[in-house]
Design a protein around this ligand. Sequence first.
Ligand SMILES: [Zn+2]
Length: 116
Amino acid sequence: VHRLGLRYRVAVRPVKEVRRSADLVFAGARVAVFLDGCFWHACPEHFVPPSTNAGYWDAKIAGNVARDRDTDRKLASAGWLVMRIWEHEKAEVGAARVDKAVRRRQRNPARRSATR
Ligand SMILES: [Zn+2]
């Protein structure tokens, strides 16, 4: 994303009052990008529940996913576009997706709240 010419902050809170940090934060366009690990965020393609301590892991991963959705809702209601890139996605593909979204929102600031 940096190579595509975009500038952003890393691992900061997009919204001060919402105690969640995003991996990449584009303040001008109000785009928050999260890089989600396939295991920790229960990727539908790759997540395999561990067989040992199943109860612990079920609760742990379900908690992560619930927190992700809560983060998505909180940031969206503050006018942010939340993007999630899976660990398994090709970096160039994810970067292109982010680049497109950031530039679109930079061009159309009035449509920000509508494009959640
Ligand atoms: Zn995956």
